[in-house]
Design a protein around this ligand. Structure first.
Ligand code: AMP
Length: 193
């Protein structure tokens, strides 16, 4: 993986354990020569992560929709900033740049982005690893909800298993490096044929 998209909160959260793990992830990217692609903000978890990497001369590419560009949130000191016309074009641009996706703690925006990445994997449109850093068990309830979806017949276990979950930065990134997407046997193949 040369470049990885990280989706994370535009807020910093109340517990500094999350901020510290964002710094750990940034340092891990530096040590392993991984470029960061992210939402382009300077606030919250996003800002902490970008600053950590920039301070050590790593690569940080922001992809921000024009509507957020003029707000206070725009990070003006990163390697490259790409401005897109819309939120959906931003997602497409990010997906073209990266070899994998990671979610750190965040809110609606973070979930929206990571679930889009999972959906692309589920449909076989992409074969990239998708991971969540489950710091302090932050995502435990979400993972339980995914299990409910499986037991109630709305999510295949094999699709749930695509999601790489770890509480450790090094373990998460190592498992993402080793990820092999499952063979797709889904309806879309039939439609195309
Ligand atoms: P949230 O989890 O709701 O705080 O949203 C964070 C995610 O949505 C990030 O990964 C960004 O890609 C995007 N996002 C939300 N707010 C902003 C912002 N003010 N500036 C840049 N990106 C943002």
């Amino acid at each position: 993986m040369k470049k990885v998209a990280v989706f994370c909160g535009s807020s910093i959260g109340f517990n500094e354990i999350y901020r510290n793990e964002a710094i750990k992830l940034g340092n891990h990217f530096i040590e392993n020569n991984i470029g960061l692609v992210y939402g382009g903000g300077k606030i919250g978890m996003m800002g902490i992560l970008a600053d950590t990497i920039i301070e050590k001369n790593g690569e940080v590419i922001g992809v921000i929709p024009g509507l957020l560009r003029h707000e206070e949130v725009f990070h003006s000191n990163i390697t490259q900033m790409i401005v897109t016309k819309t939120m959906s074009k931003r997602k497409i641009k990010i997906s073209k740049l990266v070899d994998g996706y990671i979610a750190l703690p965040g809110g609606f925006g973070t979930l929206d982005e990571i679930f889009e990445a999972l959906t692309l994997g589920q449909l076989g449109i992409e074969t990239k690893p998708v991971g969540i850093l489950n710091t302090n068990g932050f995502f435990n309830h979400l993972i339980k909800q995914l299990d409910v979806m499986v037991t109630e017949g709305y999510l295949k276990q094999s699709n749930k298993d695509m999601l790489i979950i770890s509480e450790s930065v090094a373990d998460l990134v190592a498992r993402m490096f080793n990820y092999k997407a499952p063979e797709m046997t889904i309806v879309i193949n039939k439609i195309v044929k």
